[in-house]
Design a protein around this ligand. Structure first.
Ligand code: ASP
Length: 321
């Protein structure tokens, strides 16, 4: 049993202009508790000898079920007033991956991504075809009222009829362009067998065009895992992450340039993504159990758990892990 003492999990619940001045103590506690719970569920899988893919799926399911985050139940409204969700999952041993895009009504898109990985010959299914696949595998669907959330509806109403799509968690008193937050959720983990895995799930952007797909379900962009390098899950302005091919970029910088996870992740976010105007962050883990969580905006809901160590953070801090 390799790496037993390095098992661990890291999660995110989105990044952006998450300002301390805008956060009430109650909201902060709710976010922290949800992140803590997801970490504990994911870490328990690893401790019980389950694989990294089980751990990331379990943590993401919990975040999808929590209305605070823009994924699953808490997904934002698109320009048609519907929730279209994207998700992906990847394991680092065989480089198997599954993804789903522009899906409506499914309770846990990450479960569907995993089914596509394990029980289809494909990587990415979209829309109606993805729904049929989910039905044939008895995955749970929910009626629109399950996804309805008054806060998200108001977010959408403020943008309705405009050309602009907006990132999640914006607040009434702030102009959208001053307050960009991305509520996507994700997890990366290392199991006792030395396997890495990554998962990402999102409702995308408020008022996004019908049919818009972001970075989250694109393997190598929003999600990537390779036991030889790292596991990565991204959150932020999806179109920029797609142009920067961010998740795979971190892996390439490690593989081809010999950079550490820390150096590679910093380069990808602080330099390459920033240079083209993208904002957001990522969580990453390598096969030694090192964890990084860089972001180039005010905050990122994030946390990690390893043996005897649990950290949950929202705002900028100077700790390194
Ligand atoms: N990256 C996601 C997207 O563009 C948004 C987010 O991270 O919240 O769809």
């Amino acid at each position: 049993m390799e790496n037993k003492r390095n098992i661990g999990i890291a999660i995110h619940g989105g990044a952006g202009t998450i300002l301390r001045s805008k956060m009430t103590p109650e909201r902060e506690t709710n976010y922290r508790n949800a992140l803590k719970e997801a970490l504990e569920v994911g870490y328990a899988c690893l401790q019980q000898g389950q694989t990294a893919i089980d751990a990331v799926e379990a943590a993401v399911i919990l975040l999808e079920d929590c209305p605070l985050f823009n994924a699953g139940k808490g997904s934002v409204f698109n320009a048609e007033g519907k929730q279209e969700m994207d998700a992906s999952i990847m394991e680092g041993k065989e480089l198997e991956a599954g993804a789903v895009a522009a899906i409506q009504g499914i309770k846990n898109p990450i479960k569907l991504a995993r089914k596509i990985m394990e029980e289809s010959a494909h990587i990415l299914l979209i829309g109606e075809g993805a729904s049929q696949f989910a039905q044939s595998h008895q995955l749970d669907f929910e009626a629109p009222k399950y996804f309805y959330n008054a806060y998200r509806y108001e977010q959408w109403q403020r943008l309705y009829g405009k050309e602009k799509a907006q990132l999640d968690h914006s607040e009434e008193e702030t102009k959208p362009e001053e307050d960009e937050k991305y509520g996507t959720v994700g997890a990366v983990a290392l199991d006792q067998f030395g396997n890495l895995a990554a998962a990402t799930s999102t409702g995308g952007m408020t008022n996004k065009k019908f049919g818009r797909v972001g970075d989250s379900p694109i393997i190598g962009v929003g999600t990537y895992a390779n036991n030889a390098t790292c596991a990565i899950s991204c959150t932020g302005s999806g179109e920029y992450f797609m142009r920067a091919v961010t998740a795979y970029d971190v892996s390439c910088l490690m593989e081809y340039k010999g950079l550490s996870l820390q150096a590679a992740a910093e380069e990808a976010i602080m330099n390459r993504l920033s240079q083209i105007g993208g904002s957001g962050g990522l969580i990453g883990m390598d096969a030694q159990g090192n964890i990084v969580m860089p972001f180039n905006c005010a905050g990122m809901y994030r946390g990690f758990q390893r043996e005897k160590e649990q950290v949950v953070e929202i705002f900028k801090s100077h700790r390194s892990h």
